[in-house]
Ligand binder design. Structure first.
Ligand code: T46
Length: 132
């Protein structure tokens, strides 16, 4: 499985909408880090790596962008277009993301603290580690 889509519960009425993400049955891991990305030009390709252990839930809280996911056997493109869904990516999945709308803000909820040693930034090394 390359990814899961999590549908968030939305509170709100005519005064606006709210999504709360808390540790609990509906969330797949304990959140240790949150970061967000914005002001990325449409054609920039970010990511281009996999993680050895890290899991993430990725939410496009504004605008849209496309994620290309790859497990070494299958490659799939998923468009993120709504703040009411999260893209859950487990470890050992190669990801690239691009096609950013001007108003795109990507928020990432991560299962681990930042650790450069957790990154696999070379696609051939990624394939080798999958086989190993
Ligand atoms: C993913 C997408 C959605 C830090 O210093 N601390 C951090 O917590 C992070 C995430 C990054 N950095 C530094 C490390 C690099 O020098 O910021 C620079 C860019 O980081 P990274 O290559 O992780 O950025 P993206 O936008 O290519 O990818 C990130 C996630 O790492 C990635 O797994 O899925 O956001």
């Amino acid at each position: 499985m390359l990814y899961n889509i999590i549908d968030f519960e939305v509170c709100g009425d005519h005064s606006g909408k709210l999504v709360a993400l808390e540790k609990g049955a509906e969330f797949p891991f304990d959140i240790k880090r949150v970061y967000y990305i914005w002001q990325t030009d449409r054609d920039v390709v970010r990511g281009k790596h996999a993680h050895r252990a890290l899991e993430q839930v990725i939410v496009c809280v504004s605008g849209s962008c496309d994620f290309i996911l790859d497990d070494g056997a299958t490659r799939q493109c998923i468009s993120l277009t709504t703040p009411v869904q999260g893209l859950h990516i487990k470890s050992r999945i190669w990801r690239e993301f691009t096609n950013f709308s001007e108003d795109c803000v990507v928020m990432v909820l991560a299962s681990e603290h930042y650790d450069e040693a957790d990154y696999i930034r070379d696609y051939d090394v990624f394939l080798k580690e999958l086989k190993g």
